[in-house]
Design a protein around this ligand. Structure first.
Ligand SMILES: [Cu+2]
Length: 580
């Protein structure tokens, strides 16, 4: 049975400097940055492209405001950093991620603990699963069912959410919906199953703005039954993308009672790959590396490339694309996963970069910026066997095509439900409110960085309420009452209100099921892939098709940690035994 067909392409898409994010992103994710909107940004960039060496140079000082009249303003929350009252020198240093291969029926002991970790020359108290940042990489075969004996040894209550898995509802890790939070010292037994091959991740579902940001995240790699693509690559790398916010010699404190940085989310100024400030990979000439990429950052969307090495986009959140595509870079919003294959044709150093278009809200100017995340050092030695012929082919996954075929007819079907994504902001200092009002004149489809850090820092979930609104009933967030039956296919329209007081992109995540992105702004998606997180740029309308397969009570929420804390979530109920 031939699952893979081959399309020979005459040459690779030319790769050059000065790429615009619009091309890249529209290729990378049907639910991502809208091309026409990015054109606006692009025009403004022309003639004033700046290359900046680091994220920290883009971000102004947070607690040293430029805006007159608000210099003494502070967030309406008390400050929180972990490990209060503990002598940090008694804490173990976090180590690198270990690989754990689990067979069906196995049990993993997982512990969330306080650790110390050195970042940018300073040592901070952070959190870790099994003293590792990222947490253990769990590798299983598709169809496996494993147990996790989870113990909470941090100074906050917590849970573990198994992101992207269609598992039993009671193990989904959502406090107040599927379980009680796990108190410090307590243990919770999770049973997790893996019906779909792909790259997944786990993280707490309590105060993600703190716990996930400080190291509580790890990947799960689910092997397919049979991998017709295994012979197309030489090696595989599982990579997390993250950032952390340091000012002076300390982490910028979090809000104890509620999250700070509620408007745009907490952007870090030090970028982290697999928990480290610099990523180093050795490769051979001609080596084809498959990268499993996960964005674990609170709010930052990355736009990644590998020093001009040709890159093929092959998979996303839950499995493979129908068709492989050559891309110049891949844009990844928080919680999203992408799988890319990169061929390192030439010896030498290839910089791993995050190339973004940013908006200076103070000046209303768009600019380009490039951050280096690490380097791939390609040795003169040639990789064997030669995989260059297979790499230049674009493969079609007939299994995925067969699976999504019945859903194509919904492209033109009427919309069943609609959510408007918007915001309500009150009671910030008047100067800040005025600034935000003016600032909204300049809209960035995707905020790739934070150039209004001080005002962002001041905003907490006491003043900012991010909203999902059911446009039919007017109900908002947890007041929305959606009920489905197993077997339903639901077309949901997501509209990101461009006229909100401060519009922002939102990665919308749905628990326990999978969906297809059918169209963006009315343009049908010709290359479907199963997903659990779709990025909604400002002003975008994205139609998703929810395949309802898994009974229980499930969350739909924005995966910007601070937007979630500021209310941007709802739950929906799925009754078992419905239509098939
Ligand atoms: Cu959001």
């Amino acid at each position: 049975m031939a699952l893979v067909t081959h399309i020979r392409v005459p040459g690779l898409i030319p790769l050059g400097a000065g790429l615009c994010v619009c091309l890249v992103s529209s290729l990378a994710d049907p639910g991502i940055v809208q091309a026409q909107q990015m054109d606006h940004a692009h025009q403004q960039v022309e003639g004033e492209i700046q290359v900046m060496p680091s994220a920290s140079m883009i971000m102004p000082m947070i607690r040293n405001p430029m805006l007159p009249g608000v210099r003494s303003a502070r967030p309406s929350v008390t400050e929180f950093l972990p490990g209060g009252g503990i002598d940090p020198t008694t804490l173990p240093m976090a180590g690198p991620r270990q690989i754990v291969d689990l067979a069906s029926g196995d049990t993993l002991d997982l512990e969330a603990t306080l650790v110390r970790k050195k970042v940018a020359g300073e040592t901070f108290v952070m959190y870790a699963f099994n003293r590792q940042i990222p947490g253990p990489l769990i590798r299983v075969d598709r169809g496996a069912e494993v147990h996790v004996r989870f113990t909470n040894r941090i100074d906050m209550e917590t849970t573990v959410h198994w992101h992207g898995l269609r598992l039993d509802n009671r193990f989904d890790g959502v406090p107040g919906l599927t379980q009680d939070p796990v108190q410090p010292g307590d243990t919770f037994y999770y049973t997790i199953r893996f019906p779909d091959a792909g790259i997944y991740w786990y993280h707490p579902h309590v105060r993600e703005d703190i716990q996930q940001d400080l190291g509580l995240y790890g990947n799960m790699l689910v092997r397919p039954d049979r991998d017709p693509y295994a012979d197309f690559v030489h090696s595989e790398q599982v990579v997390t993308l993250d950032d952390i916010l340091i000012e002076g010699k300390e982490l910028v404190p979090f809000g104890r009672e509620a999250a700070n940085f509620s408007i745009m989310g907490r952007f870090g100024n030090v970028l982290l790959v697999n928990g480290e400030q610099s990523y180093d990979l050795e490769a051979k000439t001609g080596e084809v590396v498959r990268f499993y990429l996960t964005n674990v950052a609170n709010t930052r969307t990355f736009n990644l490339s590998f020093g001009g090495a040709p890159m093929k986009l092959v998979g996303a959140d839950i499995g493979r694309f129908e068709k492989e595509m050559f891309v110049t870079s891949v844009a990844i919003a928080p919680a999203q996963r992408y799988v890319v294959e990169v061929m390192f044709e030439n010896p030498g150093e290839h910089a791993v970069v995050n190339r973004i278009t940013a908006l200076n809200h103070m000046q209303g100017k768009f600019f380009s910026a490039v951050d280096t995340l690490g380097v791939v050092r390609v040795a003169e030695t040639r990789a064997t066997p030669d995989r260059s012929v297979a790499f230049r082919e674009l493969h079609v996954d007939e299994e995925v095509q067969r699976e999504v075929e019945p859903y194509r007819k919904y492209m033109k079907a009427p919309v069943d439900r609609e959510l408007l994504l918007t915001v309500d902001i009150t009671e910030l200092p008047v100067q800040v409110m005025q600034f935000i009002a003016i600032d909204t004149t300049y809209r960035s489809p995707v905020e790739f960085t934070d150039v209004m850090s001080h005002m962002n820092w001041l905003s907490t979930s006491n003043e900012v309420r991010w909203i999902l609104r059911d446009t039919e009933t007017g109900a908002e967030n947890m007041d929305i009452d959606w009920r489905f039956d197993v077997g339903d296919v639901v077309k949901i329209r997501l509209r990101n209100d461009p006229d909100a007081f401060h519009p922002m992109n939102h990665p919308v995540h749905l628990h326990g099921q999978r969906f297809l992105v059918l169209s963006r702004d009315g343009v049908p998606n010709e290359n479907l892939v199963w997903k659990d997180t779709a990025l909604l740029p400002v002003g975008a309308t994205v139609d998703i098709l929810l395949e309802v397969t898994n009974p229980g009570h499930w969350m739909l929420h924005c995966h910007i940690a601070e937007h979630l804390e500021a209310g941007m979530m709802m739950a929906f109920a799925v009754q078992p035994g419905g239509k098939e």
